[in-house]
Design a protein around this ligand. Structure first.
Ligand code: FPP
Length: 223
């Protein structure tokens, strides 16, 4: 049985789900939040220590203002309402990406990180304004005075420093690409592409993937 310390997810398909059901992409984002809650519960139950959720990419700034504002507001409401509960459950919140939203949200994200910093049950990494290439450039800029750079130097200067690489990466929404997510960290990750749209993704689907993962022989280049 392969242990899972870190599960990473590209939560794709909200927009299509919302359009299909009520002709509103934003409705899909709201519904997607229910799947986020399911996955958090699942990770706690299965003692998975790190969960990384791709919630807003550096490329997502190209979306219309109406959709961006809705997503930010959804996150703001979610954290305002749920932070106390997450903290009581010993869940740590960490933001991967530069906090360059509006002041109220930036401050709330800082507050959530500080409030939960000592929690050890589950660490939720919210990838927000996240781009893997940007993250790698950020790491190199921090290292630019060194003459020789090791893999470990890079690991220690990414947003994900002190976070183990994901064993498993799931992308819902029937699209097979990484979309600038954890390009360095996913070098040996098992990747699962799921046809279902994120709001339709249920715990039985997650269980199926975890079961498949546990049967994979992970050789890391050995035979
Ligand atoms: C991708 O689907 C999804 C997003 C860009 C946003 C994901 C956000 C949530 C699930 C809610 C976030 C809240 C928290 C607290 C993490 P898409 O819009 O690209 O879907 P499409 O491919 O069908 O257009």
């Amino acid at each position: 049985m392969n242990p899972i310390r870190h599960m990473a997810i590209i939560m794709d398909g909200n927009g299509r789900w919302g359009l299909k059901h009520k002709n509103s992409r934003n409705l899909g984002h709201r519904e997607g939040l229910k799947t986020v809650e399911m996955v958090i519960k699942y990770c706690v139950k299965k003692k998975i220590k790190f969960l990384t959720l791709y919630a807003f990419s550096t490329e997502n700034w190209k979306r219309p203002l109406k959709e961006r504002s809705y997503l930010f507001r959804l996150l703001e409401i979610y954290l305002t309402e749920k932070l106390e509960k997450l903290n009581n459950e010993k869940i740590k919140i960490k933001i991967l990406g530069e906090k360059k939203f509006y002041n109220k949200l930036n401050n709330l994200l800082d507050f959530a990180e500080k409030k939960t910093i000592r929690n050890t049950k589950l660490q939720i990494n919210l990838a927000l304004n996240y781009g893997s290439k940007k993250e790698i450039v950020y790491a190199f800029n921090k290292l630019n005075k060194r003459s020789k750079i090791s893999e470990n130097d890079i690991n220690k200067n990414l947003y994900t420093k002190n976070i183990p690489d994901p064993e498993i990466l799931i992308r819902t929404g029937n699209t097979q690409r990484l979309s600038n997510f954890l390009l360095w960290q996913a070098a040996y990750t098992e990747i699962f592409f799921e046809k279902k749209l994120w709001p339709d993704f249920k715990d039985k689907d997650l269980n199926k993937i975890v079961k498949k993962f546990s049967n994979i022989k992970r050789n890391f280049g050995k035979i």
